[in-house]
Write a protein that binds this ligand. Sequence first.
Ligand code: ATP
Length: 377
Amino acid sequence: MLEVKNLSAAYGQHPSLNDVSINVGSGEIVVILGANGAGKSTLLRAISGICEGKVSGRVTLSGDSLTGLSSDAIVEKGVALVPEGRGIFGDLTVKENLLLGAYSSRAREAERENLERVLSQFPKLQERQSQIARTMSGGEQQMVAIGRAMMSAPEILMLDEPSLGLSPLLCKELFQNLTHVRDLGIGVLLVEQNAKQSLAISDRGYLLENTRITYENSAAALANDPAVQRAYLGAGSKTSDKPSKRTSAPTEAMKRIRTAVDPTPRRSADQQIGGSIDDLVAIATKTSAEAPRGPSKETAIAAKQLAHSKIDVVLKDIEQAAKNARNRSSSEVQKLRPTPSNVSVEADNALPPVIEVYKRPRVEIYRRRPSGQFERD
Ligand code: ATP
């Protein structure tokens, strides 16, 4: 139903998404797994029309093009996003937050029914309708955020790391609630780092690595793939069962996965460094064999004495510097402070790196008219 084809996004010169194609059907939970900075949030933001960077590619919902539409038009078509960090209105009540989710005309017509559906689906929200949102626990606030998105009567619900900061118990409850959303026939696109629990409730999954989709399979197959287990499920690590970033060379299984989706032959290490690895290994082995095995006893003692005398000199320097600082008058200290002129000379000498950050500041104010309708100011 949601079809994303060759979606790319870049912030200035910095590509954050490359040629991504995915799809989500009705009543299906699809998870996107990826490490920090892989481009997961950018993908959801690009689909929802709120990506601050330059976006290209094609997005359709049940054949209707969403490409280039404004974010509210995309909500109107039936795609809702629960952003990372929830974005709820902390000073409003739970019910007010939920009603704000029904601002689109597709949702306004059935506001009462939607509210009843959301409240029956999330019984906790039913009990807490008049509670000020910011006084709720993290997990409850996440429910409010999901409930608010559900108030727009979406066909596709997208969630950006909803389990972030939640206890294992709350995560379980949250993921359980997402299965209820699926049962309503809504497609769920989930971006997560909690691979274990998200794969457990998902139907399918994609791996997004370094801006590209590198693998796709059923959630069960992904959860059982040793390479995925090592990369995202922390298999083999005794200290954590959280997904870890891969730092070692790709395993055979991961190479197999990569080749399945990217048939471009990879250059061997020999080709990349322009010489033979075997030659380098031979040179390294020879050098290490020729190197002295270790210092003699006399050399070791002499080295120790030298180190001690060096440390003594440094300690004396530090003591002297401390004495000088103590004796210095405050006017002298003042002189040492950087003046605007010497600051600018230093600044000129060391130009800070340029970091491009693209932001589209926008605050939209909606008023609820006595008729119950929302109107944009
Ligand atoms: P995380 O799991 O840490 O949230 P992510 O996979 O969601 O990571 P993105 O937030 O999509 O990653 O970011 C992908 C890349 O795009 C990162 O290198 C990030 O620095 C860059 N990026 C994201 N937003 C902006 C922005 N507004 N301006 C400039 N660069 C950005």
